[in-house]
Design a protein around this ligand. Structure first.
Ligand SMILES: [Zn+2]
Ligand SMILES: [Zn+2]
Length: 262
């Protein structure tokens, strides 16, 4: 059984066809998907979706790409994270690729999330793009190792992965690892220890080969697993087992549905 550790089922591309998305998960052996929040004003919708099915869970956080988003504080994040369906804080982090000018607000927002994760005792979902040195620095300064978490949709180099692993973090790969031009990323992916590896879709974006250009969905995490299996010279079942085990170890509040066929 597979788990999609990061998706956005509340986004308009997917929110209108949840039944279909869940059926497709079932058909592809995907037993769970984590619905990741990107803005406080979207949290209720994410929570509502997660509550609609036992195979879904939720996070709470504000994405670094939205300068005008309602700014979270530690108390609010901790309060919202107390819902039993909420298993993580995020997504949060730094994205200098899509931001122009002063980025101090991003670092401050990231610090707030790390403090909230420590206070709530829940792991962090970290987004980092063109900002790896500051991401690692802030994780260290704010003692994020006490909360743990994942570097999601990982596209950085081995040194960044290594620094994340040293902080006790997991590293999650999306469909990007299947892209033709992603050879350097594949070289990083083979080096991640078995017990720190996660997989995700980041759907509706980043549909993996052989679905490129389509609206991505949690079922297609299977293609990410297949790619990693090939890279690491191991059966896809072993990747599925490892990454699923890792998911429920990291996101310990996520409920594992026991499937009748198990
Ligand atoms: Zn992200
Ligand atoms: Zn995301």
């Amino acid at each position: 059984m597979l788990v999609d550790s990061h998706c956005h089922l509340d986004f308009p591309e997917l929110s209108g066809r949840l039944d279909e998305v869940l059926a497709s998960m079932q058909a592809n052996g995907v037993c769970h998907a984590l619905c990741v929040c990107v803005a406080l004003d979207g949290f209720d919708r994410v929570l509502q979706i997660a509550r609609s099915d036992p195979r879904l869970s939720a996070s709470v956080g504000v994405h670094p790409d939205s300068p005008d988003a309602l700014e979270p504080d530690v108390e609010t994040l901790v309060r919202l994270a107390s819902d039993p369906k909420v298993v993580a804080i995020g997504e949060t982090g730094l994205d200098y690729y899509r931001t122009e000018g002063d980025t101090e607000w991003q670092r401050e927002r990231f610090r707030v999330h790390i403090r909230a994760a420590r206070a709530a005792g829940k792991p962090l979902i970290v987004h980092t793009r063109s900002a790896s040195a500051d991401t690692i620095r802030l994780l260290r300064e704010e003692r994020a190792d006490e909360a743990g978490g994942v570097l999601h949709c990982f596209t950085e180099d081995w040194d960044t992965a290594r620094a994340g692993l040293d902080l006790g973090f997991y590293v999650s790969f999306s469909g990007i690892v299947t892209f033709r031009n992603a050879q350097p990323l594949r070289e990083v992916a083979v080096r991640i220890p078995d017990d720190r590896l996660l997989i995700e879709t980041d759907s509706p974006y980043l549909a993996p080969v052989p679905r490129r250009g389509k609206t991505n969905e949690p079922a297609w995490v299977l293609h990410v697993a297949e790619c990693l299996a090939q890279l690491r010279g191991t059966p896809v079942e072993a990747i599925a087992e490892r990454t699923t085990e890792n998911f429920f170890r990291l996101f310990r509040d996520a409920r594992r549905e026991t499937d009748a066929r198990d």
